[in-house]
Design a protein around this ligand. Sequence first.
Ligand code: ADP
Ligand code: ZN
Length: 700
Amino acid sequence: MPSPAFIQVILPLRLEWEPYYALPEGVRVKVGDRVRVLFARKEYVGAVNAVDVKPQTEESRILPILGVEDNLPKVLPEEIRFWKAISDYYLCSVGEVYKAAYPALKLDQEEVEARVKERLEARLARLKEKEEKARRDDTRERYRAEIEAVEALLRGEKPAASTASISLTPTQETAAETARKAFADGKTVLLHGVTGSGKTEIYLQLAGETLAKGRSVLFLVPEIALSRQLEDRIATVFPDVQVFHSGVTAARRAQVAAHVRNTDACIVLGTRSALFLPHHNLGLIIVDEEHDTSYKQDAPAPRYNARESAIMLGVIQKANVILGSATPSLESLYNAETGRFVKVDLKKRFHAGEEAEIRIIDTVAERRKRGMTGSFSRKLLQEIRETLEAGEQVLVLRARRSYAPSVQCTECGEIPKCPHCHVPMSLHRGPDRLVCHYCGHTEPYTGQCPSCKGALQPLGAGTQKVEEELTALFPDRRIARLDGDTPDTEEAALIRQFAEGDIDILVGTQIITKGFDFDGLRLVAVLQADSLVGVQDFRADERAFQLLEQFRGRSGRRGTPGRIVIQTREPEHPVYARLSGGEGDTDLLAERKLFGYPPYTRLVHVTLKDSNEKRLDYLSKELRNTLLARLGEADTPPAVVGPYAPAIDRIAGESIRQIRVSFPRNKALTALKRTLAEAVSDFGRERKYTSHITLDVDPV
Ligand code: ADP
Ligand code: ZN
């Protein structure tokens, strides 16, 4: 009897190695084939990682595969290479990446086709509406051309390559040319351009060139909401653009994956998970708003950042990579400084408007002068009134959703906390309830203190309260709110209504600062900006600056200069000076260097969670000692800090401890990260504690 052939299979699990399986006689498989196997008595569909291998396990204990899944798509070798790169960098298993890339799903071909049709019909209806509303002939013609392209798609024909053409301004063309040269040198491009400078135009131009060469384009955005606005714009140039994010149905995602697999030159617009499509022949990856922390996946593993991962994918696919932002991350600025990236600047807006004027209002001083009405200073109210009277629109940012971020007993001073987390409960109205923003725990709000039955009083004002105040102050204006409580289904509609001028004042959380493009927006206001800058984190200033600068970019996009009004208790905070054109980035980088923070070091957070706090404290200290012993031998040993309790140290009934490991950025880095991962996994195995520990590389 001939000895069976052995293969290794990637399973959607946290394993440190790929298990071996035997092939029954007569069965042949190739790398990338999908096979059904048993592991620890459970059935999984895995991907073949290697064939004809010599097992390291005793052969008699190796199970045969249960079957080959011929109906499932095969995994491309490039995909497996990408998963390994992610697994190496982010210290997770290849199986965890596989699981993210191929979530188990069933799909029905008919359903798939019906959805595609539905989506195209919706786009057609939108376009027809726009065509009717268009005031200018050339605009109407542009919509007409698009309508024809969509109708062609609905008839099942291939669309023409391009319906609209792009013509860059000389400044934009110079920037594009610098980018092309950098690509030719194999460098990543960082496009640093103020809001409205035409970054999107440049992306589309480069995308067109890539498609014309017969290669594919991946266009990444941080948020679904942004992809909706961009979809229409990209579709005017590339009607066949495929959209991929967690908001589209599983069936639709499978369809996009099939399209990518079967097409040599396609364009995909998507959020971070679009990196895991079966790319091949990829020529260009665009990472728009590259500073955005939504690019980072927090949980589950792989805890990857799409920005760095796009660069890894670019290497594997031999694709050009362009990152763009009005407020680049310090990480990318550092990479530009060291010559790894080529930075291209665009300092002028296309519609020759001035940059938004900044006005800082000191709320402590205003309160003393009795100049505050609720959350608003008299000065800000005056600005709002003038803007509305001029027929223009206002955005109001308040970083906390809820009616009140917390409530307090007027008798005993107690602030009700979530029973599962160490955080105050927020008050939400309609129906009145207390909500924990960390675990979602909800209780009805009775207005009575749980301890002494005294009266509870709302503390501070969240978005809901701000909306209520504005409604009372401006009773005949249309006021709306957009925050985490807005249902996903209404989000797009609200954004559209605001864009079309059907809302006068929009109140919201950070979500409204993202790259939306609103013609009639003139004034943006930030309430309690202190909640943005006052966070105990070395990145807080970078974040606050990016947020405010992005928010500022929302106003006055067409010609007329906009205004940003910031209400704060700390008007002297350096972040506001940076906004007014200080050398913010260089300062921040110098500070990071001085204190040994990223990007000058690489951080890994080792997080431990346990419902048993005593055991947690004991084992986190033990782990710290293990790490010190295992990493301390190195020539340039990383710094190990902790274990410490993070700012919020109990979530959903589990206490949390963290150990922070910061590595010097040198040649030993990769090997040292490996050592850390091994030390943690050995510890987890020996103490039977694996499921309590996670590793987060480059945490945000
Ligand atoms: P960014 O992406 O940098 O914010 P956009 O590409 O969105 O900038 O450009 C801002 C506005 O200017 C958009 O409405 C865009 O259509 C217009 N625009 C920019 N460059 C051009 C160009 N070369 N030709 C026509 N319109 C342009
Ligand atoms: Zn909670």
